[in-house]
Design a protein around this ligand. Structure first.
Ligand code: ZN
Length: 248
């Protein structure tokens, strides 16, 4: 059945006459994800999780529309050089977000939740800027991969194209995963001691830390683990959607 909360699938006739309390914007990236996951992994996962949570929230009386994912993410050096990795500047991302907010605001909508799926994206300053221009428009952001503690399900900690992303992708889209090709996702630490200690931040050069573009071993990933994690994340996301949807 066509999902009437999925703007990628529904028609004008599905939305007219309905009140939407919230709009959800999944935001990902276009970048290599080790050898076994699709370039659009971050966009696909945030979209699928948002869609399921929006469905759940409807049962509690909160109707939220899920927009198509934005596929343009901010990229680290070293990763940006790999074929077809697309780096979007702050201004590009800001203007995309600004135009979406301007359109929704004009149409009378006042609440937007960004579900971020890409660790390199950062929206706080954009949201502060937009709060100046649209003081009556609420923009919230969450990162799905930080919403739940998955340590009891996952065996190996990672960061990019790791056991977490791979398992959740195996749950939603096994046809897009080729586990036979998965690299180890092994990483080298930096020569900078204070960076390794977390005292400073710099954009890490991806080529120096990873050989297959992955960070974290994905080879223990399973669809069963992905299902358990997706259930936990969807429950949290649903809670967020209901909370925002019902707020004045
Ligand atoms: Zn990713």
């Amino acid at each position: 059945m066509k999902n009437e909360l999925d703007l990628s699938a529904c028609a004008y006739g599905d939305v007219i006459g309905k009140e939407f309390s919230l709009v959800i914007l999944p935001w990902g990236a276009t970048e290599p994800h080790n050898y076994h996951l699709p370039y659009l992994t971050d966009s696909i996962l945030s979209y699928e999780l948002a869609l399921e949570a929006a469905d759940e929230a409807l049962a509690s009386g909160v109707r939220a529309m899920v927009l198509p994912s934005v596929n343009l993410g901010s990229q680290n050096p070293g990763q940006r050089e790999l074929p077809f990795c697309i780096h979007a500047r702050y201004e590009t991302q800001y203007y995309i977000l600004r135009d979406i907010v301007a359109s929704l605001h004009y149409q009378g909508m006042r609440k937007l939740l960004i579900v971020n799926g890409h660790g390199g994206n950062s929206f706080k300053n954009m949201i502060r800027d937009l709060a100046v221009d649209y003081p009556d428009f609420l923009i919230a952001v969450c990162e799905w991969f930080r919403l739940t503690d998955n340590s009891s399900i996952l065996e190996i900690k990672g960061e990019h194209a790791d056991e977490l992303e791979t398992s959740v992708m195996l749950h939603y889209h096994p046809e897009l995963v080729d586990m036979d090709k998965a690299g180890s996702g092994a990483t080298k630490s930096s020569a900078l001691k204070t960076l390794n200690e977390g005292l400073i931040w710099i954009p890490r050069n991806w080529k120096d830390i990873s050989s297959d573009s992955g960070v974290g071993d994905p080879r223990k990933s399973t669809a069963e683990k992905g299902k358990l994690i997706a259930e936990k994340v969807v429950a949290k996301l649903t809670e967020i959607i209901i909370d925002l949807g019902k707020a004045n």
